[in-house]
Ligand binder design. Structure first.
Ligand code: SF4
Ligand code: SF4
Length: 62
């Protein structure tokens, strides 16, 4: 699943952009944006965020 980003929480630190293999994450006006068509759904970005602004929905989680 493509990650969901809570822009109200994001501080614009840029850490997630550095770990995204295809470069799907980018900063715009100090908030992170995601280019959903580039995302490979690897999940690397979510644990990298210090303020837990990135959440990956797991539809099969029971
Ligand atoms: S899930 Fe992977 S490819 Fe998608 S935005 Fe996060 S780090 Fe990038
Ligand atoms: S790691 Fe978290 S706080 Fe930093 S830019 Fe990415 S989403 Fe925003």
């Amino acid at each position: 699943m493509i990650p969901l980003i809570d822009e109200t929480v994001c501080t614009g630190c840029g850490r997630c952009t550095e770990v995204c293999p295809p470069g799907a994450l980018y900063l715009k006006e100090e908030k992170v944006c995601i280019a959903g068509d580039l995302c490979e759904e690897c999940g690397f970005c979510a644990p990298e965020c210090p303020v837990e602004a990135i959440n990956i929905p797991f539809p099969n989680k029971e």
